[in-house]
Design a binder for this molecule. Structure first.
Ligand code: ZN
Length: 499
């Protein structure tokens, strides 16, 4: 521990300087990607792909240079404590360095360029609901992702090599086990609620885009999102991306028929944003100032979206305010709105799914991704396999690919391995919420009055401020006393949905 109390050794300073350059380059790429997602005109695509490929290649070369390996070895000799900022940085940099070195620079450049082009093809394919427009791009992506898994190497499953990028230390085997426990419990819950319907009349949630934007902004501000260090724009697929220190961008999409879709997507993305804004700014650009994993990131978004936003307490407080933006809401009660946003019904689109059926969407994607990576499934089989499996699972027949395999952005950026982190996020969110409640008996009274500060402060202290000092498993054990499991998620669902 002593090493952290003195001036950091010269080797660490040199290494930090190099990592700052890498971080500058990668955040510049984020700005370009955000622009591509929001405002970039179509004609700019080819050059944008060149820009992103160039930056990706440079950042990879800087990060994997031999000098970095030497500096890492030197720093490992300093004996930094394992959970100090320096110790965590050296540990995580080493981990990422060893992985990055396995990828040839030419592969990295090719992958970056391909991602930029595939995103546009996906967007067009989704808009027209034509899988064939995306298919040639996806073939290239899947081939490169398979190659990537081979470059990284793995012990049992090539999927592990990809999952590692989003949930370090996680294994497909453990995810399979969690999902196998979860599935029968979800099916049982679904049977209990299948016959229930809510009493909110159709069309009661209509709202103009302008009204939705104003209301969403007010809610995001109320939960603590700092608009001096962030903003909301419009995209095909909602996301949250940090473009630099003090710059967190949220995006969503709007449907005038139902304001709750953009509201819950903003609560979700603002949950990510609160995490990003709560990371220690003095460590920005290093692991000590970065999120632990996507399973923890998604726990923050799902916590605000579901445990806060879909609660009875939320609508008790927000119903009269929402009536200012959507006057027809005066015709329904807070209780009716609460019932509406908790309606359990299998549906096509993952991001709009209710809390019970949500994880079924993940199970489908996880199964398909593993089969794609291990070559048991080919890209040409995707729509057919998706539609068949989805119908078996939910009873719903998919009539257009935009309601099926084209709905999600992830495969267009090569993000195979990402989806299971949503379920981990659901489980972690429930587990964290139970602990927050146990440690703060006034929490629910606060939420009923639209006071979110105590909950946010708790999350800041217990999760956000830690950056990546702990791996996700250690962090969950440290904060909640247990590793990630399905119990709390099911208890909370049972209480909310069935009671
Ligand atoms: Zn998310």
């Amino acid at each position: 521990m002593a090493a952290t109390m003195t001036t950091p050794a010269a080797g660490y300073q040199k290494l930090s300087k190099r990592m700052r350059e890498v971080s500058l380059l990668s955040t510049i790429s984020c700005v370009l990607e955000w622009d591509q997602n929001t405002y970039m005109p179509a004609g700019a695509l080819a050059y944008r792909a060149d820009q992103l490929a160039h930056l990706g290649g440079r950042s990879h070369r800087l990060f994997t240079a031999g000098a970095v390996g030497e500096l890492l070895s030197e720093c490992e000799g300093y004996g930094f404590g394992p959970n100090t900022a320096e110790g965590a940085n050296v540990r995580e940099w080493r981990h990422h360095y060893e992985r990055a070195k396995k990828l040839p620079p030419s592969f990295v450049v090719k992958f970056e360029r391909m991602k930029a082009l595939a995103y546009e093809a996906w967007r067009e394919a989704r808009a027209q609901s034509k899988f064939k427009l995306f298919k040639p791009h996806l073939v290239k992506i899947v081939n490169m992702v398979r190659q990537k898994a081979d470059y990284f190497g793995y012990e049992t499953s090539p999927y592990d090599a990809l999952l590692e990028a989003y949930e370090p230390g996680a294994r497909a085997e453990r995810i399979t086990q969690l999902l196998a426990e979860l599935r029968p419990a979800i099916v049982a819950l679904l049977d209990q609620v299948r016959e229930r319907s809510d009493s909110a009349p159709e069309g009661v949630c209509q709202g103009t885009v302008a009204a939705q934007q104003a209301f969403n902004q007010r809610v995001a501000e109320a939960i603590g999102f700092d608009f001096k260090a962030g903003r909301i724009d419009t995209t095909t697929h909602p996301f949250c991306n940090t473009l630099g220190a003090g710059d967190c961008r949220l995006t969503t999409r709007y449907r005038e028929g139902d304001f709750t879709e953009s509201l819950y997507s903003i609560l979700h993305e603002a949950g990510h944003g609160l995490y990003e804004q709560g990371l220690p700014p003095e460590h920005f650009g290093t692991p000590a100032g970065a999120a632990v994993s996507m399973g923890i990131h998604e726990s923050q978004s799902r916590l605000w979206e579901n445990h806060v936003g879909r609660s009875r307490a939320f609508w008790e407080y927000w119903h009269p305010i929402a009536c200012e933006y959507f006057p027809q809401l005066k015709n329904v009660s807070a209780e009716q709105l609460y019932a509406k946003v908790n309606r359990v019904r299998p549906s096509f689109i993952r991001v709009d799914a209710d809390q019970v059926t949500y994880d079924l969407h993940i199970m489908l994607r996880f199964d398909m991704e593993q089969k794609l990576v291990s070559r048991q499934l080919e890209v040409a089989d995707i729509p057919g396999y998706w539609n068949e499996q989805f119908q078996q699972m939910t009873g719903l027949k998919i009539l257009k690919d935009s309601d099926g395999c084209l709905q999600d952005v992830h495969w267009s950026f090569g993000g195979i391995g990402y989806f299971p982190t949503y379920t981990l996020g659901n489980l972690n969110a429930a587990q964290l919420m139970q602990t927050a409640r146990k440690e703060n008996p006034a929490l629910d009274a606060d939420l009923r009055q639209g006071r979110y500060q105590a909950l946010l402060t708790w999350l800041r202290q217990r999760v956000h401020q830690e950056g990546s000092r702990y791996r996700s498993r250690e962090l969950m054990e440290k904060v909640t006393g247990e590793s990630t499991n399905i119990r709390h998620h099911l208890e909370l669902l049972q209480a909310r949905i069935v009671s």
